[in-house]
Design a protein around this ligand. Structure first.
Ligand code: BGC
Length: 750
């Protein structure tokens, strides 16, 4: 179905890549050879039959005080800084810890890697942009999350990094959060499960994986001065549950503490978060790294459990050494931090199997990115079976929307991946990305549609001129409108409305052509005053390196959509727990002056998360607020039916039921299981406790069993500081969307 000229163009594109790879290989050979000549010094810690903890202890005995201190901090951001003696061996990423060169212990080379490896363009290297993390969450597919992480891990290692700065799992408590695209939705069980798989995937490539931003970095506005207030039970049953699942099931080697304050203390000097919860209760054996510039003290942070200051060294270098020498920080405390860092390096394999620069396989990257995007696209509306489009029958298609001729938007900030050849909307050759630029990947929806409708006249209008777009839509069989909302670290969205003239454009085009399809490229939910007008709506998120192929495949039915929303789409912002995002006193998102010396403490401002654990659908359910599109919702080109629920109780509660594909196309259905806890516990009407993604051929039926972790049925008991399964009647509800759960069974738990 691919038009010949597209094939030619693709081949040219890949030849260009091949050239780049050949060049990179030459560089790699040189680096590998020089690395091979340096023989690591002998030492008992080299004995691989010892445990990582034993090896770390042996190594510590051989280290000087300065060598120990050097592990506790970064040496700046090599990406942005000149080459120095300290950072010369680094990969020129965003963070570098020098290691122990005298003893042959490598440096820790940190690369941002939320949806792909950042800053590759500056190093002249290729990395795949996966669809945004929220798109992967919409696939509800733990295997896809693993693949997502594994691809990132492979590309990090191939580029010379040995530590990933990905694994974002702050809950979508505030959907206007500018980093919503980097996170995994509003439900702690969904987000926690997926991030655990993503981390396992990343670490399978012998790189140190991490989880971030721990915890409650749920808004960007004033992120370094916002003091989040929330009660313990509410915290444990919401954001902290996502981290608990991520840490205990995904076993990340590192945890990045966040910029904000949590109940009065900065997250990176918060004893409750770091020592009590993470290290003691969850038995996390790895190390805690501060977000960049997120360290605020020496003694307090060290005692609270911070192990490594990034990317600065204001508190964990000279001041730390002086405190150890003066005895105000015990030597054992220093050794504990050093131990955690070293044992993690041994456990992750970065000492015994050091990074080897090599060549990434861009073809595999494209394919993985496309497949994950295809499983994460959510079909929100499809009247009169407008989709899928029939490529053989269409005579004319209007493609409308900003830059839909050349590319698709990506998420910004430290997550930003560099597109091949630079920003699709900038002149060729402008090279790598720039902070706060909107970056469009050269994956053209227009070309994808042309390729799939070979007989059709496909014409393009940017939508800037609504009259011209309407004229084109009127004269076309089908109008496909691409609408977008850019998000980035460093700012929150002003509102959930599409910006500029996009609402008016969609309304006008849909009024002109009854076969109008809207494709959204957003990270957060959007409000849709025009929702009744178009025949079909697809949420494509930030679609990644090969996003247009994935969208084309769904539009034309090569792929049957199966994604379900990981975030509720509210009807209006007035329905959110907080009508506006709390703003810092200075009006600055970062209030950066507060980050380094703590002198602006007076600028700290409070946000009270009084909604507690009523995050996302739990809030709308509890408050009985109707929504635009509910959590867990998503249509398919086929239909599914649910029957025969039975529930087995015991050590593990198990829900068994039948799902049937009652339509004419094969497809994957995400079968969701929710629980209503016994009345009187103060819990929301339902919570997600499990799901299964089931592949069903047309007409096929399968029996599905979902085993439910008892913790997901429990409440957090503040008195006992422990999870408690309360006795009583639990209602289990099963179906294909949080608002459509046809099966129900009440079971008594002792
Ligand atoms: C971000 C982190 C990122 C770090 C390094 C910070 O501003 O919050 O997510 O890993 O920068 O770039």
């Amino acid at each position: 179905m691919v038009a010949p000229w597209i094939v030619v163009e693709r081949k040219l594109g890949m030849n260009w890549l091949r050239g780049m790879i050949a060049g990179a290989s030459l560089v790699c050979v040189g680096m590998t050879l020089s690395a091979q000549t340096a023989k690591p010094p002998a030492g008992p810690w080299r004995n691989t039959s010892l445990s990582p903890d034993e090896r770390a202890d042996l190594l510590i005995q051989a280290m000087t005080l300065d060598e120990k201190i050097a592990l506790l901090h970064g040496v700046g951001m090599p990406t942005d800084e000149p080459v120095t003696t300290e950072n010369a061996a680094s990969n020129r990423g965003v963070g570098y810890v020098v290691g122990v060169p005298r003893l042959g212990i490598p440096g820790i080379d940190m690369g941002d890697a939320a949806y792909g490896v950042r800053s590759s363009g500056a190093n002249g290297r290729y990395s795949t942009a996966l669809p945004a993390n929220v798109a992967a969450a919409a696939s509800w597919n733990p295997d896809a999350a693993y693949e997502y992480g594994a691809l990132i891990g492979r590309e990090l290692r191939a580029q010379g990094y040995n530590m990933s700065l990905g694994g974002g799992v702050d809950l979508t408590r505030e959907p206007r959060n500018g980093r919503t695209f980097e996170y995994l939705g509003e439900d702690p069980v969904l987000a926690g499960t997926l991030v655990a798989h993503l981390i396992e995937g990343t670490q399978s490539a012998h790189v140190i994986g991490d989880i971030k931003h721990y915890a409650f970095n749920d808004q960007e506005s004033g992120r370094t001065t916002v003091n989040v207030h929330i009660g313990e039970r509410a915290a444990r049953e919401s954001d902290l549950l996502a981290f608990e699942i991520g840490v205990t099931q995904g076993h990340p080697a590192a945890v990045m503490c966040s910029y904000n304050l949590f109940n009065g203390d900065y997250a990176c000097e918060n004893k409750y978060l770091l020592n009590d919860l993470l290290k003691k209760e969850w038995k996390f054996p790895g190390f805690v790294v501060s977000d960049w510039g997120g360290t605020h003290s020496t003694g307090k942070a060290s005692a609270a459990g911070l192990d490594n200051e990034e990317h600065t060294r204001v508190f964990f270098e000279a001041k730390y050494k002086a405190a150890v020498e003066a005895g105000t920080i015990p030597a054992a405390e220093l050794d504990e931090h050093v131990h955690r860092i070293l044992r993690t390096m041994f456990a992750a394999g970065i000492v015994d199997d050091p990074r080897q620069r090599s060549v990434v396989d861009p073809f595999a990257g494209f394919e993985t990115a496309r497949k994950i995007e295809e499983s994460g696209i959510v079909l929100l509306k499809n009247e009169r079976a407008t989709l899928p489009l029939d490529g053989a029958k269409l005579r004319s298609v209007a493609v409308i929307g900003a830059h839909a001729d050349v590319g698709m938007i990506s998420g910004g900030g430290s997550a930003q991946v560099d597109p091949i050849g630079g920003n699709a909307i900038k002149p060729a050759g402008e090279g790598a990305t720039h902070w706060m630029d909107q970056i469009w990947f050269p994956t053209s929806p227009l070309k994808a549609i042309v390729a799939r409708a070979p007989q059709a006249r496909v014409a393009y209008e940017s939508g800037e001129n609504i009259d011209a777009a309407v004229k084109l839509a009127k004269s076309s069989d089908v109008a496909v409108v691409f609408a977008y909302e850019w998000e980035s670290e460093g700012k929150d969205l002003d509102s959930l409305a599409l910006h500029g003239n996009q609402n008016a454009l969609i309304a006008a085009v849909a009024a002109a052509n009854p076969r109008t399809v809207v494709v959204l490229e957003t990270g957060s939910p959007v409000t849709m005053p025009w929702v009744a007008a178009p025949a079909a709506i697809l949420e494509a998120w930030y679609a990644g390196s090969d996003g247009a192929s994935a969208v084309g495949n769904v539009l034309f039915g090569v792929v049957n959509p199966s994604g379900k929303l990981p975030n509720t789409f509210p009807l209006s912002e007035a329905d959110l727990p907080h009508p506006t995002v709390a703003q810092p006193l200075s009006g600055d998102f970062d209030s950066t002056a507060a980050a380094s010396d703590g002198s602006l403490k007076k600028q700290i401002f409070d946000v009270h998360y009084d909604e507690g654990f009523l995050v996302g659908y739990k809030w709308y359910d509890a408050k009985q607020k109707p929504v635009l599109f509910p959590f867990g919702y998503g249509l398919s080109y086929t239909t599914y039916a649910y029957s025969n629920l039975s529930v087995e109780t015991g050590a593990m509660v198990k829900a068994t039921f039948t799902v049937a594909n009652t339509g004419a196309r094969d497809g994957a259905e995400i079968a969701e299981v929710y629980a209503a806890l016994p009345a009187g516990l103060g819990e929301p009407p339902k919570r997600l406790v499990g799901w299964s993604r089931v592949w069903l051929k047309a007409g096929e039926k399968k029996t599905v069993t979902v085993a439910i972790d008892p913790k997901y049925l429990s409440i957090f008991d503040e008195q006992a500081h422990a999870w408690k399964l309360a006795p009583g009647a639990y209602t289990l509800r099963v179906g294909g969307s949080s608002d459509k759960l046809p099966l129900e069974k009440i079971v008594a738990l002792p």
